[in-house]
Ligand binder design. Structure first.
Ligand code: AMP
Length: 285
């Protein structure tokens, strides 16, 4: 694997590749990230991973400074996945001057996670666009774990006519259902046993909808109440139409196949997010 830190070296290295698949990450890699590398391998002869903890997407009271950085072990994991290039730029190369030109996401970027993390998707889309311009991939692989991010990146690629195919990857979970996440490292042992409740809550709502319930607001409220009873601070539990993430019609006109259930909640000091399809659809988003 070639470890590359500058745009010039990256450009020279990628001249040799015929098809490039790109997997952007913030490091602290786990099996979820590695599943995306495997998907990349199936699409292209050259897989480029990036590790860059993007200050732009962290709020002033968020965990930028304590975000887990495990560069050495990340490199070993990427080598084992036969990743071809690791692009790990320095912050002063990514942002040599303050980033005043930004990607402004559409209003849905201010809903769900965007409502609780102001500016988050502006920061995400901006760094993803910069990375796309640096790597110029044919394919870019994003996890369904961050469903709103996947939607917004897809929209950005369409509206800015970027010649990149976005490929979604299924969420990788522990046996107890907890979605793998770098932030799981923050959980205490007791919190770790409680953490899968977020997934179970979303799954329960999704299964109720699959069985015919259309009283989405009641289902959301019951899910929120159950989590709160077990000590969570809930940001949102929301049923949305997977296309465009709009609120489903209250009369139940949306086909359940298209619905997804998303949630974000904090346990102790750790904020977790997750989402599930009402009816499981492998490989789609
Ligand atoms: P991050 O390092 O958190 O920015 O994530 C980098 C990429 O990995 C994003 O596309 C995420 O959606 C994806 N990802 C994170 N966790 C998982 C998971 N448990 N399963 C699949 N993909 C994931």
């Amino acid at each position: 694997m070639d470890l590359i830190q500058t745009a010039e070296t990256l450009r020279e290295r990628l001249e040799r590749a015929s098809k490039v698949a790109f997997v952007p990450t913030m490091g602290n890699l786990h099996e979820g990230h590695l599943s995306l590398m495997k998907i990349g391998k199936r699409h292209a002869d050259c897989v480029v991973a990036s590790i860059f903890v993007n200050r732009l997407q962290f709020g002033p009271n968020e965990d930028f400074d304590r975000y887990p950085r495990t560069f050495e072990s990340d490199c070993a994991k990427l080598e084992r996945e036969s990743v071809d290039v690791l692009f790990a730029p320095h912050e002063h190369d990514m942002y040599p001057t303050p980033q005043v030109y930004r990607v402004q996401p559409p209003p849905v970027g201010d809903e769900l996670d965007g409502a609780f993390r102001p500016g988050f998707f502006n920061g995400v889309c901006t760094v993803v666009l910069k990375l796309f311009n640096l790597v110029q991939p044919d394919y870019a692989v994003f996890g369904k774990k961050d469903r709103q991010q996947l939607k917004l990146v897809r929209g950005m690629v369409q509206q800015f006519n970027l010649p990149i195919q976005i490929v979604p990857g299924e969420t990788v979970r522990s046996d107890d259902g907890l979605a793998l996440s770098s932030r799981n490292n923050y959980l205490t042992p007791i919190e770790r046993t409680e953490a899968p409740r977020l997934y179970r809550t979303l799954r329960l709502i999704a299964d109720s909808i699959a069985e015919g319930r259309t009283d989405y607001a009641n289902l959301e409220a019951a899910g929120r109440a159950d989590l709160a009873r077990h000590g969570w601070r809930v940001d949102y539990i929301a049923v949305r139409n997977g296309i465009g993430l709009r609120i489903p019609h209250p009369e139940g006109f949306d086909h359940p196949n298209l619905l997804i259930v998303l949630g974000a909640a904090t346990l102790g000091s750790t904020r977790l997010i997750d989402n599930v399809d009402v009816i499981k659809k492998d490989g789609e988003d």
